[in-house]
Ligand binder design. Sequence first.
Ligand code: NDP
Length: 794
Amino acid sequence: MNVARYFDEMSYAPAPESDSEARAWLKRHAEGFHHVIGGALVPPTDGARFDSVAPATGEVLARIAQGDAATVAAAVAAARKAQAPWFKLGGHGRARHLYALARAVQRHARLLAVVEALDNGKPIRETRDIDVPLVARHFYHHAGWAQLQEREFPDHGPVGVIGQIIPWNFPLLMLAWKIAPALALGNTVVLKPAEFTSLTALLFAEIAADAGLPPGVLNIVTGDGATGAALVAHPDVDKIAFTGSTEVGRMIRAATAGSGKSLTLELGGKSPFIVFDDADLDGAVEGVVDAIWFNQGQVCCAGSRLLVQESVAPVFLDKLKRRMATLRVGHPLDKTMDLGAIVAPVQLERIQRLVAIGVAEGAALHQADVELPQTGCFYPPTLLSGVQPSATVACEEIFGPVVVSMTFRTPDEAVALANNSRYGLAASVWSETIGLALDIAPKLQVGVVWINATNLFDAAVGFGGCRESGFGREGGREGVLEYLKPKAWAGRKPRVVAAPPTARRVEQRFATPALDRTAKLFIGGKQARPDGNHSRPVLSPKGVPLGEVGEGNRKDIRNAVAAARAADGWSRATAHNRAQILYYLAENLSARADEFAARIAAMTDAPPAKALAEVEAAVARLFSYGAWADKYEGVVHTPPLRGVALALNEPIGVVGIVCPDEAPLLAFISLVAPAIAMGNRVVVTPSERHPLAATDFYQVMETSDLPAGVVNIVTGASADLAKTLAEHDDVDALWVFNSAEVSAMAERLSVGNLKRTLVDNGLLTDWHDPAAAEGRIFLPHAVQVKNVWIPYGE
Ligand code: NDP
């Protein structure tokens, strides 16, 4: 072929990236890779190894060590031993190490990019230009957090030993997202890479050792799901950070329930890509390419549900099909390829199976007429159009280069369709009308929104989802908080619970009895009789009957949740408005301080002065959250692009709250006030033994302009009510400050909709200590951060 012919055809010639350095590295490990534990290379028990296969060719690249429980235990022990000295190194010392890691990644960028492309099958263009630069950026950014830790987070310490489990779709990038914040803040790590893609983690461990990372700070145990499960089960791991499928995320949630381990889950998605009729359609077509054909669509936040406004749908889909024809699929090391290989035959089969289901359910199939390599795991860019919102392919994560398209007529319909998913990871909104795009963004139930863009990531901007996409954030200040724990909660002691009193018979005399007042439930702004028409006695510690309260049951919780769900206007109310109502609650409680103090004294036998102090503290706490309501705001990030990312502190939705018995008024207020200050609606079960302060509070709420349904109170047996709240799929978060058993049950049963939980594991909080019970210690749990990316310019 001569130059003139190339010019005529404008076709690509092969442009292979050299893999010689990568091959030399693999050859050095031809005997098989080891685990990396405590700075040493540890062979697998009984020499057990498995193959790591190149998806593009089927070639066995390496033999990887299979980790078992004993290997995991050795790695956890090494991490434990290293943790205190690593933390003692101080912020600056750790910053220097993270900076060294960032520099080392940049020095070895080409090798890392090639090994990643070989091992995962993704195109070198992406590993070279996206994965590896983002990895370096993550270490630089978190070197900064290490440097600033002592000044920015003086009230927090590291969590300890972190178990991290990552998937195969971004093996090196997920490693960086996990280990950079963990190490920066003084934790040590045991990381298990995915079975399909262990190589870059092992290469990184070598690079890190050369860069002087102390032994035991980062331990890599390779293996399969059983190795991951052993890490999750290990009792000396303080936190599990997981990225992967929702199914395994659920198993991990259940396995860690009640263990005291903290948990972050970054799971699957079915993210909407919304194109309004005033969008730059050509720009949006390029957006779809980046949304679903980036990394062969094996991206948790892939824009896999294309929602196009009806009036432009035909022209848009036509443009998209023409663009699809120009995509190139082929060997990952060819620099001219847009798409590489699917990670493994099992994933390829899954994609094929789901596409066949899509067609059987009525979707129109369009596949790019592109040349696929003869061997290896390849799949063409695919569009399924005319898909019904209830179709399998519109609901299930395909995790391949397959986009499904639907149409909508109005912005409201777009939002309804977008939110019609059990997932809530990301969304992309395309419109040239900034007012429309910014109106839509807060209405989407997701953790990340890209406006006129897609798949933008940065270490300073948090990433993560809600609903079945998991909880927790990676990146940004919110991501840092996931690797810290409050010092004020570190020394909490187990709650000691006195045996319940037995009712004493009170002698009746011939006098006019007091009017019977059985406190009802408080649901939807009204006092409501319990569904079961049962009530339970409230006794003083000496067994003197003080009154009765309703015995709430499942049905009452369901009614309360429905009322809370309906009160969504509260989540849209201005922060100023919410603040005013919190102050008003404080004012009205203060006006009745003596009455509440007398009630507390009667219920708990507290001396009058102590009971009054509790009421005064509750008034002050309401004031504090009135103050916080319009001050715990988001931030504007300026990531490295022309544009901004707005980190919005949004309410979570409906929060279930299970109160303890101690400080019956103050604990109740300390839990309810932060939740409602941030715009959540709550269903609360007050102290089981001393509920009357909460039921007296109805009247305070009724006179304070609190909208109906914002606070719903169901009295009764805490454990039973907590169980219903945990199992309820319309409860978005659950806070349990009660016994260790109720905490464990709440975590275990929260797997249905993967609600966020905050539990005290039966450890006693000092509700009078603002450091332990007020403000920034609770507020992060009352919001979920949504990052809205807004690039600008032509
Ligand atoms: P998994 O969730 O199974 O794997 C993620 C990680 O968890 C891997 O390291 C895996 O090990 C490990 N693991 C598996 N089982 C357990 C367990 N019981 N306890 C602890 N760790 C475990 O994802 P798959 O690789 O099987 O992919 C299946 C589907 O998951 C995909 O089709 C896709 O839909 C989704 N997925 C979503 C991702 C995301 O980023 N949200 C990423 C990857 C997949 P091993 O690799 O050895 O099995």
